[in-house]
Design a protein around this ligand. Structure first.
Ligand code: GLU
Length: 289
């Protein structure tokens, strides 16, 4: 089964460009974030557009207030500026996901009412994983479909604290043209399985929250790391199920350390804070790219 390409129409002169920076305050930002965010800023500037800052703080097991403070400080130090989001003179924002739960809840209810979801009694670990964007190495194993047949009614009469998964259209090819990586194709059921959209703790997964927000904030192009390409395929299915128009996508190559390992928040020495403490300037860092 296949269907037309999901790609958004290229940003035309009549639609103002709106990009976003969507960091999570779950650790210190590193050189990889800086490079992707710089690309996002350059693209917004080149289009005479607006850049929105959104704090993705739904993973309450990992979010810490000191990371949220450091995040704003580090972004500014690096020379990033946003026109909407936290600390924008109160005109727009702050866009903080934990303050936007009713929007995600409404999207969840819409998907559930339309029959796109099924209840699932999966493990705590899987649910925790759903709260974060799946970066390289943390993609979930293909869901084996265990709870697909679990009738919602049976669940409703028992433990109401179930998680809800999106039933993917098995075998469907999801294609889109990425602004950087080019033509992409993912097969539902082969490259990714039924994914969590709502957890028993009453929180949306990363996949649902990001779609609801990118649509609500009228983002025209999502610029982020290449390890989220497969997440884009999942998100395109959510856009379609919710009747929303998807943005365009531009996935940047990942930054790796000197051993070729993708940077993660555990690479302390490559955090922007550590670089700054070591006397490096943003200009020097950018000159090395
Ligand atoms: N908040 C996500 C992260 O820091 C980014 C997700 C996205 O850009 O879609 O990994």
């Amino acid at each position: 089964m296949s269907h037309p390409d999901f790609s958004a129409a290229t940003c035309s002169a009549t639609i103002a460009y709106r990009g976003r920076l969507a960091p999570s305050p779950t650790g210190y930002l590193h050189l990889g974030h800086a490079k992707t965010f710089w690309t996002a800023q350059e693209r917004a500037r080149a289009h005479g557009g607006t850049l929105v800052l959104r704090s993705e703080d739904l993973d309450r097991h990992r979010v810490r207030p000191e990371f949220a403070t450091a995040m704003l400080e580090d972004l500014r130090w690096f020379g990033l500026a946003w026109q909407e989001g936290p600390d924008c003179g109160g005109a727009f924002g702050p866009y903080t996901q934990s303050e936007r739960l009713p929007r995600y809840q409404a999207a969840f209810e819409q998907l559930r009412a339309a029959g796109f979801l099924f209840p699932c009694v999966c493990s705590r670990q899987e649910v925790r994983r759903a709260l974060q964007a799946p970066h390289a190495g943390d993609e979930e194993p293909l869901y084996p479909g265990t709870c697909r047949q679990l009738a919602a009614a049976a669940v409703a009469s028992g433990d109401p604290r179930v998680n809800w998964r999106f039933r993917i259209p098995d075998g469907e090819r999801v294609t889109f043209t990425d602004g950087h990586a080019g033509q992409q194709q993912f097969v539902a059921g082969r490259d990714f399985g039924d994914f969590v959209v709502w957890t028993r703790e009453g929180f949306p997964s990363y996949q649902l929250a990001v779609v609801v927000d990118d649509a609500a904030m009228r983002i025209t192009e999502v610029v982020r790391g290449a390890d989220l390409l497969a997440s884009t395929a999942r998100q395109l299915l959510l856009y379609r199920a919710l009747g929303l128009a998807p943005p365009a996508f531009f996935h940047c190559p990942l930054v790796t350390d000197d051993r070729g390992v993708r940077l993660a928040k555990r690479h302390d020495a490559l955090s922007l804070r550590a670089q700054r403490a070591a006397g490096r300037t943003p200009e020097e860092i950018r000159a090395g790219w």
